[in-house]
Structures are given as C-alpha cells and as structure tokens.
Design a protein around this ligand. Structure first.
Ligand code: HEC
Length: 253
C-alpha cells in the first residue's frame, strides 16, 4: 500500500514537471501591444493579458519566406479580429503592423482575415530572442500573406479606415490657387511672417547681408529664392510666397 502511493506521487510529480517543461507555464514577459489609429478606443494589452484571451490555432500553414526554403509551421495566439473588436473597430482598410524597432508593414484587410497575434510556435512560447524564424515574444501570423509580412516583436497595430489610394478615383481639385500644404509644414506653421522666415531660413549658409544688400523685383526675388530652395533652403511653397513678397517690399529696386 505504502509503496503504491509513493509511486503515484512520483508519477504525478513527474507529469507536472513534464507539463511545465512543455510550455505549460506562461513565461514572465514584459511586453505590450497597442491597437491605435482609426479605432473606437485605443487599446493596450500586456503579454499576460494576451495569454488569457481566446487563443486560436493555425495548424500546418505555409511560411513563404523571402530567404531560404518555405516551411510548414503551426502557431497559436489571439485573433487580430478579437483585438480589433475590443478596440471598437468594425470596419477598416489596412493595418500597419509596427515592430519594436520601428519596422512597419501596411497590410490590407483581405490579407488579415485569419491573422493572429501569435504567442506560440509549434507548441512552444515564442522566445524573445534573436532566432531565425521565431523572434518574439509575439508575432503577427497570417496564412493569407507571405511570411515576410509577419512582423515579429510586434508592438503596435495601427488601424487605417481608408485605403491609401482611396480618393484616386475622385477628380483632383482643378486649378486650386493655394497649393496643398506639404508634409513638413502643416498649415499652422505657414503663418510665419516674411521677416521671421528670412531670419530663420536664410541665414544658415551665408550672412543675411547677402540678402539684405540685394535689390530685386518680386520675380527676381522669386527666382533667387527658388534657387536657394534648390540649394537646400527649407521653405514650403506657401512660405516661399510669403518670403518673396516680403523681400520685394523690403529689398526692392
Ligand atoms: C543651403 C544653403 C543656402 C541657404 C539656406 C540659402 N542660401 Fe542664398 N546662397 C547660397 C549659395 C551657395 C549662394 C551663392 C550661389 C548662388 O548665388 O547661386 C547664395 C547666394 C545668395 C544670394 C546672392 C545671389 C543672388 O542671386 O542675389 C542671395 C541674395 C541669397 N543667396 C539669398 C538667400 C535667401 C533669401 C535665402 C533664404 C530663402 C537663402 N539665400 C538661403 C546658399 C544658400
């Protein structure tokens, strides 16, 4: 009797040890995933929270690799759709998956239907270390898109409601007087006056006297300033107009 219960204890203990070794226990990982962009409510979930969400298995899916041979792997993790639902997203066009190092890939919705945020690969927690295929601790995995887009060390899913080329079909605005603001200068910044622009953007390469000693008409100033922009002066189209008008008024013939 006594020996039997000892044997039983040993067996139970052994089983527990084996289970733990097989990845039964959740690794203690400090990692957060954010769902941002066109969402109802931005979402941040910790690795631990991901481990207790609904897990889905993607079994025997082809990993089309850009380098080396394609491989068949199995993954499990949280459906992207569940995360989106939690962030209040009902419709979207693309998601930009962003890795910890800033690497980002924009993926259209059609390719994300079955995507998961994988926590495990082939039954093992994905280690958060440099490893050929399995850098973790979490990785976007989608059977509908090549593995080169399965962003690992995933940190952010940036949701975009509109497709990038969404308004290509709309007729472009014809003969608009004011050019659209360029990226480096949102409209608020255009409000700078000519004198400020001259002091801030024209003194980097040569003395201001080079400008203030000249006398030019508006079109001559426009030519000069265009040349300066081509040389590297930092002015948007709108700012250039303001500056040229100021120069012509102040340093005219
Ligand atoms: C990236 C460097 C750089 C910046 C910034 C720059 N310049 Fe110049 N500028 C030059 C160089 C180089 C020359 C001489 C070569 C030439 O004239 O093309 C020059 C020459 C000039 C001259 C004398 C030649 C002429 O056509 O009268 C004027 C005036 C002038 N710059 C005005 C400006 C103004 C106004 C700005 C601000 C918008 C400006 N520069 C910003 C590099 C710069």
């Amino acid at each position: 009797m006594k020996t039997r219960s000892i044997v039983l204890l040993l067996v139970v203990g052994l089983l527990a040890a084996v289970l733990t070794a097989c990845g039964g226990r959740t690794p203690n990982v400090d990692w957060y995933l954010q769902v941002t962009g066109d969402v109802g409510a931005p979402l941040t979930v910790s690795y631990q929270e991901l481990t207790v969400m609904r897990q889905v298995d993607l079994t025997d899916i082809l990993m089309e690799k850009s380098l080396g041979d394609d491989v068949i792997t199995s993954w499990s993790g949280v459906p992207v759709a569940d995360l989106l639902a939690q962030a209040g997203v009902s419709d979207y066009a693309t998601i930009t998956a962003v890795a910890e190092d800033g690497y980002a890939v924009e993926i259209p919705r059609e390719e994300l239907q079955d995507a998961i945020v994988a926590l495990q690969r082939d039954g093992e927690w994905i280690p958060n270390v440099a490893d050929e295929d399995g850098m973790g601790p979490i990785r976007l995995v989608s059977p509908d898109t090549p593995a080169s887009r399965w962003v690992f060390q995933l940190q952010e899913l940036r949701v975009s409601a509109a497709a990038p080329e969404a308004d290509v079909t709309e007729p472009p605005p014809v003969a608009e007087e004011t050019p659209p603001p360029t990226e480096e200068a949102p409209p608020e910044e255009v409000a700078l006056d000519g004198e400020t622009l001259l002091n801030e953007r024209c003194a980097g390469c040569h003395a201001l006297a080079r400008t203030t000693s000249a006398q030019k008409t508006e079109s001559e100033w426009d030519q000069t300033v265009t040349r300066m922009v081509n040389l590297g002066a930092n002015l948007t189209v709108a700012e250039q107009e303001i500056l040229v008008r100021f120069l012509a008024e102040t340093y005219g013939p």
